[in-house]
Design a protein. Sequence first.
Length: 551
Amino acid sequence: MEIVEVFNNKFVSSASEEKFSKIHKIECEEVLDNLGYISLNRNSIDASATDKEINNGVAEFRKELEISKDVFKDLYPHMKDNETNYLNENELDFLHQISSLEGEFHLHQYSLNEIAKNPILSRILNWRLFILSIFNDSISPKLSPAVNKQLNKIGKWCGINETHEIIEVLGDCEKLSTILVKQNSYPNAKYEHIIFFKNTRQKIRKEGIDFKNDVTQFRSRLVFLPEESKNSFHNKAKNLDKVEFIMKDELHQLMTRLVQIRLWLFGTYQGNLDNDLGPLSLKAIDSFISYIHENYGGETGYKMTDLVINLKKNYWALNVQFLFTALLPVITRMEESKRSETVSEEIGKLLIKLNNDSDRKQVIKEIGKQIEGDQMIPQGRNSKTRGGKLFLKSIGRFFKRIGSYIKKGINWIIKSIKNLFKWIKNGVKILLRELKKMFSMIKTAFSFFFSKRVIKTMLGDKQIITDYDFNFDNITSIHNIDAELVIKHINKNDAITQALHEVAEFLGTALHIAIKIAKGPVGWIQLGIQMIKALSDNKFEYNRLSFTFVE
């Protein structure tokens, strides 16, 4: 039996492979739908694409990507030969990044004219406008004829005149929401720093929220609102006849949607993005506050009554300014200097801290229960598979606190883990996605290390072959070289470097023994890359940001 088969038998069961396949499909659907390569009902529990729809969407994406190589030269996700009909890990990372609403892709570096000429750039801008809900254009490879009008409308509300600045804030919902609430007034809008919604106490109680009005507390948080907005709110609270009209205002709907988007990006909200602050939206705020309390080790501090008040006739009000400028920014203060990028990494650190083997098994068992439980809960398209930027900033502190209180006993640790997955609604999917990606890397590393260690790249009649011996010395042979072939080959070699490094971190001692010294082969591969670059006279650009798994 080959070593890879042993690895598969020992580490990847058929049940695990099934979960990884399922989360991979969900992730493909998510990013393809974001940019309009497939079309799913985001608010449907049963939303799912057929294999044919996914295959067609992937084919269209790859076709557009091929003609956009120069545009995305620093991010281009080099593909394998004989690529599958589903997206690979590099393509998924690329699509996550360019469709991010947390400032990860700088679309504003391109002019509106350049965006209009490129199908992928056009899709990105259309996605940013579409998600705000007040512009009903579909997500397509062409910009709407009304795009200038739409951008100008956002710009006026934000107090921004330059088109590139408007495009920038559209790609960062944290920045967009903060800029909006800090404006003193809004041209041609009825919204004035407070949003209204309808709900019943009965529905809220069903979500486990025991809400009690605290008028004094709520009013104390209005102190930073413009005087005109405060007076306007007090008048509306006494006379609710005009509230229904205000709720239909475009900017009011936009601010309501941004509340849902911000909580959705963080992970506490997985309900419909529908501009309606129902019980699930309030539950998301409540979960966020509970998460903050858990991180700081107490139940005092922020309360729901800081920003929410129940008015008459089932009308409610939410202080959006307080949410965006006081409550949500608390997360940024939780960021650790040496923060992790993944939930799985933090769980691994916690397991190392547990000296008792039975305690480790209990933690793993509980995580297994959470994964199994999540598989049985039907969830719609709003279930994100990648951890939000703010969530990942704070997760290190969460687990650090758990680790520092190990003396409280395993039951306390298990309770904290249960709470985490209760508050962060997409926590299981984030974890499964991370494990799926890691196992893919492990298989790549093992396949290379315990095979002939030959990396071959072909492009028509051109080819490069690098043969690594047992000590990772290498011989590279080149036939009809060109820059594109060299870049592709370097990415394959670099993929092995990345995989070996990641696997060394993930498997620790086990892999250390198997390879002896992980940095040995990694170092030799890097030297091999330098030789390839020298042979090609350096007439190309070497991109460390992307990598491709070898066949």
